[in-house]
Design a protein around this ligand. Sequence first.
Ligand SMILES: [Zn+2]
Length: 142
Amino acid sequence: MLAALAQSRKALPECLPNPPVGCLIINAQEIVAEGYTQAPGKHHAEADALNQIQGKAFNFLKMYVTLEPCSFHGRTPACALAIAKDRRIHEIYVSIIDPDPRNNGQGLDILKKAGKIVNVGLCANEVNAFLNQYLNKVMVEQ
Ligand SMILES: [Zn+2]
């Protein structure tokens, strides 16, 4: 997760006003994709990472993402839905829940309903210290 946090830091400042999220995909012990949030309207961290393994045959992948994947369709499709549909992703580690009222646990629900193993809280203190200032905590106009 600390490697995903390092990816998070790379997202700044282009990603703003979206939060700088980092994402890793692991196959066995090996990193097969590293993503971070791109400029608004382009890939979020999760989509950036999934894009790197497009068309590759994997099973039982683990994804590490610093913030709960988004559950709402904004300028880009919802990441939680993209992960839910990807049968290669078996288990997801999310560091912190997204307080954005449009998400706030709904992204995790989508993943769990899709049968993924979801773990929350890994490195939460470290991730929160960096990410907290960039999170949306109030309802905003799209
Ligand atoms: Zn997203």
